[in-house]
Write a protein that binds this ligand. Structure first.
Ligand SMILES: C[S@@+](CC[C@H](N)C(=O)[O-])C[C@H]1O[C@@H](n2cnc3c(N)ncnc32)[C@H](O)[C@@H]1O
Length: 539
């Protein structure tokens, strides 16, 4: 049942694209399912979710978004009203041979009547009329006609769509933004056609018609680029540069001649440069603690540029969904046997991929320089002359504090905050207790869940009051976030009772009491899960 994990786990995503709307479907994909299943297995301190539940979630996408070639293929439309006319327009535009069966045609058909691939039959269809038909749209008022036409079309092997009758459909019609050859199809899975229309309106206004011209231009030069540049990576770079620079600008401005001339010279130049091996780059990016909304703009830009991504379980599914779909995914986190990939191997892989000209995204949970070994990973890059850049992220402690309503500093409580790791070497906690026990200070402890009992005990043994407020924020900023509040004397028992799974941040200090007033997420939590704020344990 579980996919075998040995060595690096490579995942090549399918190019998931848009999907249909009007009727039932919902968004998720097999790629995210596989990731979740894998991350879930990767025990660490995560709470396991049964593969059956994950499969159930993955099944939420009930239709397959595809674009069907219709050129010169026979298609039938039953009905002569407005909806039928819209269907005919799309069919005609994609080159299908369309026959409309309707006793009368509405005015909407006026412009369609004279087209060479349009035929009107002024009666109901007979079963033999539909033979050989690839696709059949039914938009008739008459129930008997609708059912008879559907039966006949299905018997003829056609894919059938009945307007406003999802149960009778083999496929559903998406909302369409047409910048041919660029076409965007939108579906809300039947959840909200209104939302689909709003999204369509937004895209219509944000994607100028000129994008169609740009796509045409690219299509004309595609073959020449492929001949001049054999490597897919090189072609990708070439097109990105072309689109982001003056060529794209000229095409969007409608100056196709200038764009074509410049493309021609750039192709020649790129072809002549082939002998020079291109060096890639590594992006060490902090993904934040899990909520994809906390990813920075810069991180998002780099995530969208990457050819390959190295990630571990802390990156989280929501964040991984922001990575460019076509990017190769390599899991370098803990395996089921609880072993992490040695740091040297990750660094060596980064060097290897970047040396092969790839843009490598090393995605880390939180901030890469905060208990993230980010520094170690890029040291090797620096030594080997591989270009890299670092993008900070929201670290787990600040994310946890914000989403739990516990300010880490506050004029009445704490003027300092110390970040420490509770992950003791060889099981022994090795902390500077004098520094930690300072008054008017908050201590944020990473990796402290497993040692919580010993940690809190040690605090008290070293002189802290057993009544000092403390909290643990589990799965901070994520959908399953839980907060347990207590004191140094009670927190470990409460966390155990709550069966927290991690990852967790422990916050020690009187700032914890502020949560009573500042728990701004209570209504969000209630709305999200239907579980009341009482699920959080409070003292
Ligand atoms: C190896 S450290 C990485 C920290 C990361 N670089 C950062 O800046 O947040 C892993 C620890 O970070 C904390 N952590 C990471 N994500 C978290 C989350 N969503 N909620 C609570 N703690 C988290 C946990 O203490 C976990 O054991």
């Amino acid at each position: 049942m579980h996919p075998p994990l040995s060595g690096f786990y490579h995942y090549q995503p399918n190019n998931g694209s848009d999907q249909c709307s009007d009727h039932p479907v919902a968004g998720s994909d097999q790629s995210s399912f596989q990731r979740r299943l894998r991350d879930n297995e990767d025990s660490g301190d995560q709470c396991p979710i049964s593969p059956a539940m994950l499969l159930h979630e993955a099944m939420a996408m009930r239709t397959l978004p595809i674009f069907v070639e219709m050129r010169e293929r026979p298609a039938a439309v039953v009905g002569g009203g407005v909806v039928a006319a819209r269907r005919v327009e799309y069919l005609v535009r994609c080159g299908a041979r369309v026959t409309v069966f309707a006793r009368e045609l509405s005015d909407e058909f006026f412009a369609l009547r004279g087209l060479p691939n349009f035929r009107h039959v002024a009666r109901d269809p007979e079963p033999e009329d539909l033979r050989g038909c690839a696709i059949c749209f039914i938009a008739a008022e008459d129930e008997r006609l609708t059912l008879a036409a559907r039966d006949a079309a299905k018997k003829a092997g056609a894919l059938v769509n009945v307007a406003d009758r999802p149960r009778l459909c083999d496929f559903i019609m998406p909302s369409i933004v047409d910048r041919s050859p660029l076409v965007i199809a939108i579906s809300t899975g039947g959840a909200s056609p209104l939302l689909g229309r709003m999204l369509k309106a937004r895209l219509e206004s944000q994607i100028p018609a000129a994008y169609g011209r740009l796509a045409h231009l690219m299509s004309r030069f595609r073959q020449r680029v492929a001949e001049a540049m054999p490597s897919p990576t090189m072609r990708l770079r070439f097109w990105e540069k072309a689109l982001e620079g003056p060529i794209g600008e000229a095409a969007l401005m409608g100056n196709e001649a200038a764009a074509s001339a410049r493309l021609t010279s750039e192709i020649e130049r790129a072809g002549a440069d082939l002998s020079r091996p291109a060096l890639g780059e590594v992006y060490l990016v902090g993904a934040g603690p899990g909520d994809p909304d906390l990813v920075t703009f810069r991180a998002l830009r780099l995530m969208q540029k990457a050819d390959v991504v190295l990630y571990d379980r802390l990156a989280g599914e929501g964040v991984m969904n922001l990575v460019r779909r076509e990017a190769e995914r390599i899991y370098v986190g803990k395996r089921p046997d609880n072993h992490e990939l040695p740091q040297e191997e990750i660094s060596a892989l980064l060097v290897k991929l970047a040396s092969a000209g790839k843009r490598v995204l090393r995605l880390k949970g939180g901030d890469p320089f905060m208990f993230g070994r980010g520094g170690e990973e890029i040291e090797t890059l620096a030594e080997q002359g591989i270009p890299f850049q670092v993008c900070p992220g929201v670290t787990a402690a600040t994310g946890a504090a914000a989403y739990a309503g516990i300010p880490l500093t506050h004029r009445d409580h704490a003027q300092a905050c110390v970040f420490v790791t509770g992950h003791g070497k060889d099981g022994k906690i090795d902390l500077d207790w004098t520094a930690l026990l300072q008054p008017r200070q908050t201590v944020a402890i990473y990796m402290g869940l497993r040692n919580l009992e010993a940690l809190t005990r040690e605090f008290v043994a070293r002189g802290a009051s057993a009544d000092l407020p403390a909290a643990i924020v589990d799965n901070a900023t994520r959908r399953g976030q839980r907060v347990v509040v207590g004191t140094l004397g009670t927190l470990a028992a409460k966390a155990r009772a709550a069966e927290l799974s991690g990852p967790s941040i422990v916050i020690v200090g009187t700032v914890v009491t502020l949560r009573d007033k500042l728990d701004w997420r209570a209504p969000v939590r209630q709305a999200e899960s239907g579980v009341s704020a009482a699920a959080d344990s409070k003292e």
